[in-house]
Write a protein that binds this ligand. Structure first.
Ligand SMILES: [Zn+2]
Length: 489
């Protein structure tokens, strides 16, 4: 694809980056960028710095003068610039060093008058952040705005653009973390800051939690915070990633906004076959590779699952069956993906040796409420081969789905409808795991809100070499979060 805009590499390298409410030494070269309206955000570091300062001063002045209506143009422009800077911080997990990313968010908050506390948690620089805005009613527990600072690794060769340059082209911002979940995180940050600047006191405390290690099951992130600092993050409600708006993925030709109330259980299994080592020139029936392949065929033949009540409610609310695609298929059934196959003798592996063992891993995703022990015993019964073992790599938590008839769900629904009056808003399940389930286990009501309208290629770009979000949707999402934060719930 064509990259719009340009500026000389000499101008772009190694200069300090400053933008009104923060100053950051950027390690990344500045990417050429232009948003779809033709408004050039980045001319060079120095020019941009001056521009950003002006934008932010404007934002402050507007907020003080007209508390009820923030200057959305200024906020939207700052937000894009800050998201680009955020994406350029390579907070890859592993090793999950989120110190720089956490400090970046901390500086944005502090420059806007919000105190933020960092919580270093792990050996590789894993760092979490907590900040709080006081609300009116202290009898109510807070709303937790939760986002994660880490991103998954990249296969740089497969990317058409630098995954950490935050290039904007054709009205989309590209890069690792745009979907998962620095885009949503920055929307939350901007809404949080705008709330502070508006002078409006929210109906209850709003706590922001930026976690490390979400891409490693929350080990030094939300799990660590729950174990070591739960009082600081204890809340009634959580808004996290998951759910989204779409005109195609959930129902054909209808704008549906799904708010995730539950997620599937993640169960990882190791399947190992044993056989007899032998010379490849003389085939034997007890070949571990063949035994493994036959076992996998049977292991992956899942029984149809009973429809989950949340999915039934989705179809009822939408008033139509779900569209047919891999996403909706995954939220209606238990699934298994064969993710790794390991076999062979020697390195490089010998083609003329039949190995004595062969191994595979299965990424199983079970609907909430499905009993994992029964699922595994069913799989073992189908395989029914003493040469094959099936063992659990992890044991999933299953807190079930959060209730959707709550004041916060209503507030989210109203906030979405204000921006998208033609939308159908429904509770939904997401097929992947998030930090939310760890907090649902603690009794918190957690919703996944990605307040953007996405198509399948965008929504499906997370963790891929095509990760991107539409700039305009990213900006609209800030407003939706802000409407939620200023609502009564
Ligand atoms: Zn994520």
């Amino acid at each position: 694809m064509r990259i719009e805009g340009s500026c000389s590499a000499g101008l772009r390298r190694g200069l300090p980056e400053t933008c009104g409410f923060l100053s950051v030494e950027s390690k990344k070269p500045q990417a050429p960028a232009k948003i779809s309206r033709g408004h050039a955000l980045q001319v060079g570091y120095r020019e941009k710095a001056a521009r950003c300062s002006r934008i932010f001063v404007g934002l402050l002045a507007a907020s003080v003068a007209v508390a009820a209506e923030p200057d959305w143009n200024a906020i939207n422009n700052s937000a894009v610039d800050l998201l680009q800077q955020y994406i350029r911080i390579e907070s890859i997990d592993p090793p999950a060093n989120t110190a720089e990313a956490a400090n970046f968010i901390k500086r944005i908050l502090e420059e806007n008058g919000i105190a933020a506390q960092l919580y270093p948690s792990g050996p590789n620089g894993q760092t979490n952040l907590v900040a709080r805005l006081a609300g009116r009613d202290h009898s109510k527990k807070p709303l937790l705005l939760m986002n994660h600072l880490d991103v998954v690794p990249v296969d740089r060769k497969a990317w058409k653009v630098d995954p950490f340059a935050a290039v904007i082209q054709n009205g989309e911002i590209w890069g690792r973390g745009t979907m998962d979940m620095k885009g949503i995180g920055m929307e939350q940050v901007m809404a949080f800051v705008t709330l502070k600047k508006s002078g409006i006191t929210p109906s209850r405390d709003i706590v922001m939690l930026c976690t490390a290690d979400e891409e490693n099951n929350g080990t030094y992130g939300v799990r660590w915070m729950i174990e070591n600092h739960f009082p600081e993050i204890d809340a009634e409600y959580v808004l996290d990633e998951g759910g989204f708006g779409t005109r195609s993925i959930l129902a054909e030709g209808k704008l549906v906004f799904g708010i995730a109330v539950g997620e599937k259980q993640t169960l990882w299994l190791r399947v190992r076959a044993r056989g007899t080592a032998a010379h490849g020139s003389q085939p034997i029936p007890d070949n571990a590779n063949v035994t493994l392949l036959n076992a996998l065929d049977r292991a992956m033949e899942l029984d149809p699952a009973r429809p989950h009540p949340v999915v039934a409610e989705m179809m009822h609310t939408i008033g139509a069956p779900l569209a047919a695609n891999k996403y909706t298929a995954a939220i209606q059934a238990n699934t298994v993906s064969l993710t790794t196959l390991t076999s062979g003798v020697g390195s490089p592996v010998k083609v003329n040796v039949i190995p004595s063992t062969a191994e595979a891993t299965l990424d199983c995703r079970l609907l909430p409420g499905v009993n994992t022990a029964e699922f595994i015993s069913g799989m073992k019964a189908r395989v029914n081969d003493p040469r094959v073992s099936i063992e659990e790599i992890n044991r999933p938590e299953d807190p079930g789905a959060s209730p959707s008839r709550t004041p916060l769900f209503e507030a989210v629904r109203r906030a979405i409808l204000k921006s998208h009056p033609d939308a159908v808003v429904t509770p939904m399940l997401v097929p992947h795991g998030t930090d939310s389930n760890k907090l649902r286990e603690k009794g918190l009501i957690a919703y996944g809100l990605t307040p953007m309208v996405l198509d399948l290629s965008t929504a499906g770009s997370m963790h891929s070499d095509q990760e991107h979000i539409p700039v305009a949707e990213f900006q609209k999402g800030i407003r939706i979060f802000y409407e939620v934060l200023t609502a009564e719930f």
